[in-house]
Design a protein around this ligand. Structure first.
Ligand code: SF4
Length: 505
């Protein structure tokens, strides 16, 4: 960075501090800025994006408005501190001022590979966990399996420098339990102040000291895992866990930490996972600002196809998620049911997508696909880089499938793509996934994955699931998205504009 660039960044950071103060303490200023932001989003949504069917822009607008509401609420409650504002703006400042949009690592990646880089990485630095939840996707337990600090740190640094990645997701195991060479995830966040870290945690290790440290850092946001309210959470996670999660939320709110929720929907709890009572209690009452909804996947500890939501349950959850995003302007992302907004599957490091690195260094297409063609430790040991990981034929095969299924990069045009209401190659298009495994022979990342691979009944049931999901979603996909038409008045979908949204526009 040249001295003049450093001065400019300093000035922007200073302006951020004063701007955050003003937006927090001067309500008319906040209202004006937020109103302008909303108007800008609406204007942007009116501009056609050739990469996706027209209705996808409406989904993205609703998501955008929910983010504006999140920021507005965080400001009004004094929870967007100068530290967290800087952490959120850091990537923007870095990309637009220090590197220049066209000269940064993203452009370098494009030149090297002829494709855009992934936007983020998910890393599980440790398998160890202080809980033992039913159906844990990671089969976590008290175990020494962990990523050594030099590899952990190098993956983040290299993704930052080679791919322009500024957003990292930390999962586990319990990431707060990670220690290697005296380092923790807090040290990682501290060493990368221009990156933002979202972290899934059970919340039980967040004491006063840890919450205070998170408030000072500002660039690590915990998403606390619950299964609903007290009863389902304790049933899956252990007695008393829900109350400990609530205690963590109280501490985080006191220390002005931006935090949210991580919810796993199963066939048992999907009817209540986003109940009005849960939303009132955890969003309005406890101060959660966002939620990620995951569907139970039949991987990890004792995988059960019966715990997976049925196709009908999944469609009802789609309706519920979008009604909350639209009517209450809550930033809730359902990893699968928001598939149209993300232009389909994000796996295998497609442009704007991600890769997953586990505690052994095994790299998988995503968190929910436990098959790995390569280990990042081996790549580094043989003098390679993350670019070599990206080139793996198994990942390239998934990216090819994503393109056949409709994904397009900037400057390209969407034509005759597949149904993004069922975006998942692993669960919704299992036969396609199996043929890629057959061709590329990635290694199962754990014993459950190995057993599942050899179980014909497992494959048969997943293929049948995909068929039923296609039947249940095709009409909506065709009428609302493919044909660019609106859903019928009674049909589910995010298109209708609520009274609340109209009143705020
Ligand atoms: S493979 Fe499935 S779970 Fe993984 S990113 Fe794609 S849609 Fe999501």
């Amino acid at each position: 960075m040249t001295p003049s660039q450093a001065l400019l960044v300093k000035a922007v950071f200073k302006a951020t501090t004063w701007g955050t103060f003003g937006l927090t303490h001067v309500p008319p200023l906040r209202k004006a800025v937020v109103g302008a932001w909303r108007r800008r989003l609406r204007a942007g949504a009116a501009v056609p994006d050739a990469r996706a069917p027209r209705a996808v822009a409406e989904d993205k607008l609703l998501m955008g408005l929910a983010i504006v509401r999140l920021v507005e609420r965080a400001l009004a409650e004094g929870r967007l501190t100068s530290a967290s504002a800087r952490a959120l703006l850091g990537p923007l400042i870095h990309d637009s001022i220090v590197q220049g949009a066209d000269r940064g690592p993203k452009r370098g990646f494009q030149d090297r590979h002829g494709a855009g880089p992934p936007d983020f990485l998910t890393i599980s630095p440790t398998r160890t966990c202080n809980l033992s939840c039913v159906g844990c996707y990671a089969s976590s337990s008290p175990t020494p399996e962990k990523l050594d600090w030099p590899t952990f740190e190098r993956v983040v640094t290299e993704a930052h420098e080679l791919w322009g990645t500024r957003f990292f997701v930390l999962s586990g195991g319990e990431p707060f339990a990670y220690r290697d060479q005296g380092r923790s995830v807090l040290d990682l966040a501290e060493r990368h102040p221009d990156c933002f870290f979202l972290m899934y945690t059970n919340g039980t290790l967040i004491d006063d000291r840890l919450a205070r440290r998170l408030g000072e850092l500002g660039n690590l946001s915990p998403a606390i895992s619950v299964e609903g309210l007290r009863e389902p959470t304790d049933a899956r996670r252990g007695h008393g866990v829900f109350d400990r999660a609530l205690e963590a939320m109280v501490r985080l709110r006191r220390e002005k930490v931006l935090f949210g929720l991580s919810l796993t929907a199963t066939s048992d709890n999907c009817g209540e996972i986003l109940s009005d009572e849960l939303v009132d209690t955890l969003f309005d009452g406890m101060g959660a600002l966002y939620a990620w909804v995951f569907h139970y996947m039949p991987i990890g500890r004792a995988p059960s196809l019966d715990l997976m939501m049925t196709a009908g349950q999944r469609v009802r959850l789609w309706e519920r998620v979008w009604s909350l995003v639209r009517d209450r302007q809550l930033f809730i992302v359902d990893f699968w049911n928001s598939g149209a907004a993300s232009h389909g599957c994000l796996a295998a490091a497609r442009a704007g997508g991600y890769l997953y690195v586990d505690w052994n260094g095994a790299v998988c297409p995503c968190v929910f696909v436990p098959y790995s063609p390569v280990n990042v430790r081996d790549v580094f040991a043989s003098g390679g880089t993350l670019d070599d990981v990206w080139r793996e034929p198994f990942f390239a095969g998934i990216r090819d499938w994503q393109r056949r299924y409709g994904y397009r990069e900037w400057g390209e045009r969407y034509e005759n793509g597949g149904n993004w209401l069922m975006p998942c190659i692993y669960r919704d298009h299992h036969a396609e996934f199996c043929s890629l495994v057959e061709r590329h022979r990635p290694r199962p990342a754990d014993e459950s994955a190995r057993v599942a691979q050899e179980d014909p009944d497992y494959h048969r049931r997943l293929v049948a699931f995909g068929r039923e999901l296609a039947e249940r979603t095709e009409a909506t996909w065709t009428s609302r998205y493919r044909a660019g038409g609106e859903p019928k008045a009674s049909a589910p979908g995010p298109a209708a504009t609520s009274g609340r949204e109209r009143s705020e526009s």
